[in-house]
Design a protein around this ligand. Structure first.
Ligand code: ATP
Length: 325
């Protein structure tokens, strides 16, 4: 990876005999949305605290924007915005006043502070509600205000710890969409910690799977599923209206396609395991054989399957409580 914005080298944190983080090495590039994924106690928060220079590693080092976070925590915190799972605001002040106050504390010049705060409120979708008291803000709105609190300081990296906790499903969707949009528009690097598989899947470019302080795997979904499911990384299911007169002929033709590993058929449904996506070729063969295709379904292995595969292979299932929504 060229010019990573965050580098962890052999990062380790011991609490007595407990290894909260165990020899973690990882690089994250500028503009990337990276998900720290793992069950309670996996070491996500401890890793974040070390990235912010708030916890001292027992071994290894963290470099953020070229600066050692342990040796220069204040310099690093100027570049990194951190949103804890619940951000606090002054309830008796409006949201905009809260933001202006935060801007002032962070040394933003008085002549530009109001316009910058207003612009930031617009950016996080709270333009119409900036004059409401923080006390009446919903949990989802507070998290947006939390984002505004980070953005007004123009960070290079945002670290969000379980940011969607307690937000309703529609609010979660909007919030995740906003994070992605901000990251893309401003080339902002975002690190999200979560144990919500589906949410991570929606926005992360790459995820790291943590269990018991160890990074078991990292990559994008395609890479992870490729590692875990080997050659069968994709399943294409084709439904036809009528029974196939000579199934063995069609089966032979399908198996002959470059990319298809195996073919299974039950009634009028054909299921093909593939290592590359040859869906158009598959459908073409059905049509050339005079068959009426009623449905084509492509299934790629998602985080759910990746998680469960890790459990089967690496850890005792009963050790953890996963939240699978
Ligand atoms: N200050 C501390 N003293 C002792 N042990 C700690 C301390 N902080 C964390 N731990 C332990 O380190 C391990 C990792 O904790 P951490 O909070 O980093 O996990 P996590 O993945 O963030 O979990 P969660 O999703 O519950 O926040 C846990 O076993 C925890 O009990």
């Amino acid at each position: 990876m060229e010019n990573p914005i965050i580098e962890l080298h052999g990062l380790t944190k011991n609490y007595g005999a407990k290894k909260a983080v165990d020899n973690l090495s990882l690089k994250i590039s500028k503009g990337e949305i990276f998900g720290l994924l793992g069950p309670n106690g996996a070491g996500k928060t401890t890793t974040i605290l070390m990235m912010l220079g708030l916890a001292e590693p027992s071994a290894g080092e963290v470099i953020v924007c070229g600066t050692n976070a342990t040796r220069h925590p204040i310099a690093v915190r100027r570049k990194v915005g951190y949103l804890p799972d619940s951000a606090g605001f002054y309830d008796n002040m409006t949201a905009l006043e809260n933001l202006i106050y935060i801007g002032r504390l962070n040394g933003i010049a008085e002549r530009e502070i109001v316009s910058r705060a207003q612009k930031t409120m617009e950016m996080v979708g709270l333009g119409a509600e900036m004059h409401k008291k923080a006390a009446v803000y919903s949990r989802g709105m507070k998290q947006r205000l939390g984002l505004a609190d980070l953005l007004i300081r123009e960070p290079a990296v945002m670290i969000l710890d379980e940011p969607t906790l307690g937000i309703d499903p529609a609010g979660i969707r909007d919030f995740l969409h906003l994070i992605r949009q901000l990251s893309r528009e401003q080339a902002l690097t975002v690190i999200l910690s979560s144990h919500h598989l589906h949410q991570m899947q929606q926005i992360c470019d790459r995820v790291g799977i943590f269990v018991e302080g160890k990074l078991l795997a990292e990559g994008n979904l395609e890479t992870l599923s490729g590692h875990l499911f080997g050659k069968d990384s994709l399943v294409v299911q084709v439904s036809v209206r009528e029974a196939v007169a000579a199934p063995e002929v069609l089966e032979r033709q399908l198996r002959g396609l470059d990319g298809v590993n195996s073919v299974v058929t039950t009634a009028n449904i054909w299921e093909l395991s593939c290592h590359t996506d040859v869906t158009p070729d598959i459908v073409r063969l059905f049509v050339q054989n005079g068959l009426n295709v009623t449905c084509v379904h492509k299934k790629e292995y998602g985080l759910d399957e990746i998680y469960h595969r890790f459990f089967e292979n690496n850890v005792k299932k009963e050790s953890f409580q996963w939240e699978v929504r």
